[in-house]
Ligand binder design. Structure first.
Ligand SMILES: Nc1ncnc2c1ncn2[C@@H]1O[C@H](COP(=O)(O)OP(=O)(O)OP(=O)(O)O)[C@@H](O)[C@H]1O
Length: 283
């Protein structure tokens, strides 16, 4: 079962288009959403949350239209732009938000509030970026959502809380039915927690696979530049040449390199390698 399905979604912005976007977020797993700056991650999340209108296509959340407002009860949305509540303190924000959720859990709120060490009576517009992210996370978690959507949750967090957040997400995964979707630039965060990866580039899905498939099928191949000609270049998803050698991203069965074992260095590709080489392809 999928928590989210995008079917041929199109959105035209001034200088940017998301065209015919198809993607699925499976229930019960952590899906990492990666892509370089300006590739459409925030726009995609805003469309999913119905903050940004789609021009064409269809988005399904838990099998119903994303426009169905009752479905929002099941979703915890985490982002650092709390402009709606800038003038509020956490106490005031709770008075406003808690009654909106049938599943509000005050005990959980108090537990996370203590853990996150946030000021109760300071205005949110006086918070740092990281404190705003923690506040958003605090409110999102306190209504026990089935689905947590996070736009760059680790941005602005210090390394200690970043690690704690990742541990917290892992703890949440132990709970039944928990689905997490998070966008990030910090691909190493995903190595630890993601089950699936969706990679968006220039408004198009460049890759959508499980971490298991990625770990098995993507490798970095290094060798002498003499091995590269117009034909061999084509087997790589992206390649970088220098005056002596090449480094390329290869997707597939390594047996094609069997005869070159002594001439090549073959390593597992990281998510960062995949992002880097796949976006180099067109250069
Ligand atoms: N309000 C807006 N009006 C018009 N265009 C916008 C608006 N917000 C974003 N865009 C454009 O949409 C494109 C995608 O931006 P988006 O914020 O979705 O990317 P992103 O992948 O989240 O980027 P980043 O990693 O830098 O946060 C960019 O070209 C951006 O300039």
């Amino acid at each position: 079962m999928n928590a989210v399905e995008f079917h041929s979604v199109t959105k035209k912005r001034k200088d940017f288009t998301i065209e015919n976007l198809n993607m699925t977020i499976p229930s019960g797993y952590v899906t990492g959403f990666i892509g370089p700056n300006g590739s459409g991650k925030t726009s995609t999340i805003q469309m999913m949350m119905d903050i940004l209108q789609i021009d064409d296509g269809d988005i399904q959340l838990f099998g119903t239209s994303h426009k169905n407002h009752t479905i929002k009860q099941k979703i915890g949305f985490v982002y650092d732009d709390l402009y709606m509540y800038e003038e509020f303190t956490i106490v005031k924000m709770k008075k406003f938000i808690a009654p909106l959720y049938e599943s509000w859990n005050e005990e959980l709120f108090q537990k996370h509030f203590t853990r996150f060490e946030l000021p109760l009576k300071k205005k949110i517009n006086k918070f740092s970026k990281g404190m705003k992210m923690k506040t958003s996370l605090l409110f999102a978690l306190s209504h026990e959502p089935e689905f947590i959507v996070m736009d760059e949750p680790t941005a602005g967090l210090d390394p200690i809380f970043r690690r704690e957040l990742l541990d917290l997400l892992q703890e949440l995964m132990v709970r039944e039915n928990q689905t997490i979707f998070l966008s990030t630039h910090i691909t190493t965060d995903l190595d630890r927690i993601a089950d699936y990866i969706i990679f968006i580039y220039k408004g198009k899905i460049a890759l959508q696979k499980s971490m298991e498939e990625i770990n098995q099928n993507f490798h970095i191949i290094k060798g002498n530049k003499d091995l590269i000609d117009a034909d061999t270049k084509g087997i790589f998803s992206g390649i970088q040449m220098n005056h002596v050698g090449f480094t390329g991203l290869f997707e597939g069965d390594l047996s094609i390199f069997e005869d070159y074992e002594n001439e090549l260095v073959i390593e597992k590709a990281t998510l960062e390698d995949i992002m880097y080489y796949m976006t180099r392809k067109e250069n």
